[in-house]
Design a protein around this ligand. Sequence first.
Ligand SMILES: [Fe+2]
Length: 383
Amino acid sequence: MIKSFQSMRRIVFGVGSLEGLGEEIRRLGGTKVLVVTDPGLKKAGVVDQVTAVLEKEKFGFSVFADVEPDPKVDVALASAAAAKAWGPDVIVGLGGGSSLDIAKVTSVMLTNPGGIEPYFGMERVPKPGVPLILVPTTAGTGSEMTSICVLSDTKNRVKKGVVSEHMYARTALLDPQLTVALPPRITAMTGMDALVHAIESFVGRLGTVFTDTLNLKAIQLAAANLRLAYAQGENLAARENMLHASAMAGMAFSNTQTGLAHAIALAIGGRHPLPHGLLTALIIPWVMAYNLIASPAKFVQIAEAFGEKTAALPQIEAARLSVKAVKSLLDDVGISYKLSDYGVPPEQFPEIARDAAGAQRFMRNNPRAVTEADVIGLLEANY
Ligand SMILES: [Fe+2]
């Protein structure tokens, strides 16, 4: 059986690595930069930190700072229009997953004709984009390592993805100093999303020795550091470990895709304005309990990565400890995994189940077969 693993080109990391941004732009032959980011980071002065580096090194630059959380198709079109007006030779994406996703899609919209519609789906973008440097300020979506852009189609109440190998960054720059100001609640939600990526990619059907290695390390790092990053935001070692966990999970799941927790999260997220990381976090314990009979050995490894004592137990009992460990982490970072706490009405369960069970990109990797009735059962059992 022929398998493959692919990733982005170069990772620059370490405390203070933002200072190296100019050098990274020069490596790519860049002279004229577009920074794609969001208004919150502009207000917080983080964009100024980046443009100060660009100014000092005499690059021409323009800033598009209108990316919103869970960006709509319109934001991608506006960013592409700004890019076409400025004509950059390097794009720097700065922010959480939304800004990085918009930076990625902007890069390929500059070099490929038409709007965005033809590019939704898997590998439909014909030509490479403008070289991309992605700088995450959360840990995270892992978006800096993936070839995916997720957009909201508000008209049809769905999330749609552009997946293209042309959207891989040339360089990801991981500076933990950019994440220390994240409030605890956002640290918890984004950190859990990174952990969910690693878990779903790790237990899935499409895992390989390469993705398993990255995912297991990401799970170990998140298990050991998320509580600390949440409790002690300025702890640079915890922040750096979370940034690396997020990036490693991103490298992995860009190859495998994720699974049922993401399918349900996107189906709910298309109908309710709940943060993506909160949704995947609250859903993952239900989905782990559902999936574990299909891949118990992997779940035992997850339990062990959390420090659970599995040696004296039958395999299936040891596997169940992984669910207990993740629930304990959620309790400690203040995330309820009870659906009724989030205002999702049971009348919507059938349509959520239909969308989730029909999401092929996730279901291809999910270890256990899933029907609409199974999803409704999960939603009801965890309401
Ligand atoms: Fe996610």
